[in-house]
Design a protein around this ligand. Structure first.
Ligand SMILES: Cc1cc2nc3c(=O)[nH]c(=O)nc-3n(C[C@H](O)[C@H](O)[C@H](O)COP(=O)(O)OP(=O)(O)OC[C@H]3O[C@@H](n4cnc5c(N)ncnc54)[C@H](O)[C@@H]3O)c2cc1C
Length: 545
């Protein structure tokens, strides 16, 4: 077997559960840690350890967790609603709001403006914003006017048209707003889509409750890509299936590994796993039926003999400049679709093309340890978005105390600040934007990130007394050149017939090799990664042993 991140770990869990506790499973990953995108950051600040998610943020999804994914959560001891009630500390940031930082390069002046350009705070927001009168007027019109911009069309026709025009085109051509309004919204979908409003459909933006659709009489139903409003910096209301561990879904990966590898970590609950110390020397132990081998890059996977009759696979991998090969009854490729054709050159050409269709979304989660967060308290904010700057904004880490882990509570305590960047190239088709963003990520030195972070935090928080030279104590930049799985986009992708999407064709088993991972669902969510692991195992077990 050969799985890796949450999809691979889940596949190993399902395989063992459906075969035997003594089933021998080898898990190979090229990284020095397990979990893939579900990565844990540990930072030391003010003499204490603070945890952050380096990748996967939380248990949440626009899809309902399937029986298998929810069942796995339950077996691991995770009850998201109960954990949310017990561990999320909603009082820590009580009284703090949100703000926007207008930067001089994009908007002509550096200015922090509290509130939002909507509802009760609209008038105050516009009064303070460094925008022209024309732009302010258009911003207000966009928010408040109830105009049907596609008169005479049926509801279905309107939704179809909106799914085929970008939100930028909607603003420019239908609402006819000032260019500064477009600049204000340009990067808003970045954290979810990895691209701006030039590449996201107006229909998706409607589903995310962007302004402009109030007068269009659209019934609120789901769109293919979005059927929820992203939580933003702090989820105010308990959601039915939501929980953020302090290290994100790395806790799920840790729970899976603890369940798979005996003796690797103490404890038995979803709460105690957060601070449990893992013994990495146990991961690849000869006495354990499940072995996790890190720093091992797979370079080849093939069926031995004719794939249609194969009973054995061979996987070759490199570790510390040595090449090794292992044989087993089956392999699960739970890596990324686009590398699989290089690892399995015998695959049919059509399947290879399908595997290479998507382009993973590059993104960066920068985590900054600060001496304290008094500047936020002074400014009355818990998060600031900065639509024109290098990172999309800065937010205080979500407060969760669980097991032996206590989140910072007083503004004088050290705190982690969260910043996201999603490199892309507006104007290109979505997949090309991701490719261009990946090149940027692979060629940007850490010093650039550090300089940008210091400059940005100084400008945004300076008036609250924040001094980057004094107050920043550590920076971790989590680069994900291959981040979210590519999700199909009506603006750029055809309407494939049912069962004919590239991911459907790409995930077909090939002899004793099955394909898992979130690319196999074309959906960048943990539950989808788990579901694909489950499907891959089921496909293998259906075959004659
Ligand atoms: C920054 C970020 C934030 C996210 N936030 C959320 C969230 O809040 N909620 C949510 O539900 N989902 C979120 N997602 C999506 C979610 O993390 C993924 O859908 C899921 O974790 C993917 O799991 P996976 O096992 O399919 O892939 P991965 O986690 O990518 O694991 C694949 C592993 O395969 C390894 N690999 C690749 N090639 C080879 C090779 N040749 N040899 C050996 N190993 C190889 C990779 O290095 C990686 O470790 C987020 C994703 C990212 C990137």
């Amino acid at each position: 077997m050969w799985p890796e991140g949450i999809s691979g770990l889940a596949a190993a869990y399902f395989y063992r559960a459906r075969t035997s506790p003594s089933a021998r499973i080898l898990i190979l990953d090229n990284h020095d840690d397990f979990g893939g995108h579900a990565k844990r950051n540990e930072l030391t600040a003010g003499g204490r350890m603070l945890l952050a998610n380096g990748g996967t943020w939380a248990i949440e999804s626009p899809y309902s967790y399937s029986q298998e994914a929810a069942g796995l959560m339950k077996e691991l001891g995770i009850d998201p609603a109960a954990l949310e009630t017990k561990c999320a500390d909603r009082n820590v940031y009580r009284g703090l709001g949100t703000a926007t930082f207008f930067d001089k390069e994009t908007f002509g002046a550096d200015r922090l403006v509290t509130g939002q350009p909507s509802g009760d705070t609209l008038a105050g927001f516009l009064a303070d914003a460094p925008l022209s009168d024309a732009a302010k007027k258009d911003m207000a019109r966009l928010q408040t006017a109830k105009v049907d911009y596609l008169p005479g069309l049926s509801q279905a026709e309107k939704k179809d048209r909106l799914s085929r025009m970008s939100y930028k085109d909607f603003l420019v051509n239908l609402v006819k707003t000032d260019p500064a309004v477009v600049r204000f919204y340009q990067t808003r979908p970045h954290d979810l889509f990895g691209v701006g409003i030039d590449a996201v459909s107006a229909l998706d933006c409607w589903a995310m409750r962007y302004p402009g659709f109030e007068g269009m009489s659209l019934d609120r139903v789901t769109t293919p890509r979005v059927d929820f409003t992203p939580g933003g910096d702090l989820v105010e209301e308990a959601q039915p299936y939501y929980f953020h561990f302090p290290d994100g879904n790395a806790s799920i990966a840790r729970l899976l590994v603890r369940a798979l590898v005996p003796g690797v970590a103490p404890g038995s609950t979803a709460e105690d796993v957060v601070t449990a110390r893992f013994d990495y020397s146990r991961l690849d132990h000869k006495d354990s039926p499940v072995r996790i081998r890190l720093n091992s890059t797979v370079v080849r996977a093939r069926n031995l003999g004719d794939p249609s009759a194969s009973r054995e696979v061979e996987v070759a991998y490199t570790c510390e400049k040595q090449l090794y090969s292992v044989r087993g009854k089956a392999a699960i490729m739970a890596c990324w679709n686009m590398v699989i054709p290089y690892l399995c050159p015998e695959l049919p050409d059509g399947q290879k093309r399908a595997l290479q269709y998507g382009a993973k979304v590059p993104l960066v989660y920068s985590v900054v340890a600060a001496r304290n967060w008094t500047a936020f308290r002074k400014l009355g904010v818990r998060g600031v978005s900065s639509p024109g700057m290098y990172h999309l904004g800065v937010h205080l880490d979500q407060p969760v105390s669980i097991g032996g882990y206590q989140c910072p509570k007083s503004p004088e305590e050290p705190m982690l600040l969260r910043m996201t960047r999603t490199p892309c190239m507006p104007g290109l088709p979505e997949r090309d934007q991701h490719r261009a963003g990946r090149v940027e990520l692979l060629t940007t030195p850490f010093a650039t990130f550090e300089r940008k972070i210091r400059d940005q935090l100084g400008r945004i928080l300076g008036s609250g007394g924040f001094d980057p030279a004094r107050d920043i104590t550590a920076i971790t930049v989590n680069r994900w050149p291959h981040g979210y799985a590519y999700e199909y986009n009506a603006l750029w992708d055809p309407d494939w017939p049912e069962g004919q999407r590239p991911c459907d064709l790409a995930r077909k088993p090939f002899g004793r090799i099955a394909i898992a991972n979130s690319d196999a669902a074309a959906a960048a969510y943990t539950d989808q990664a788990i579901d694909q692991g489950y499907r891959a195992v089921r496909e293998l077990l259906r075959q004659p042993a």
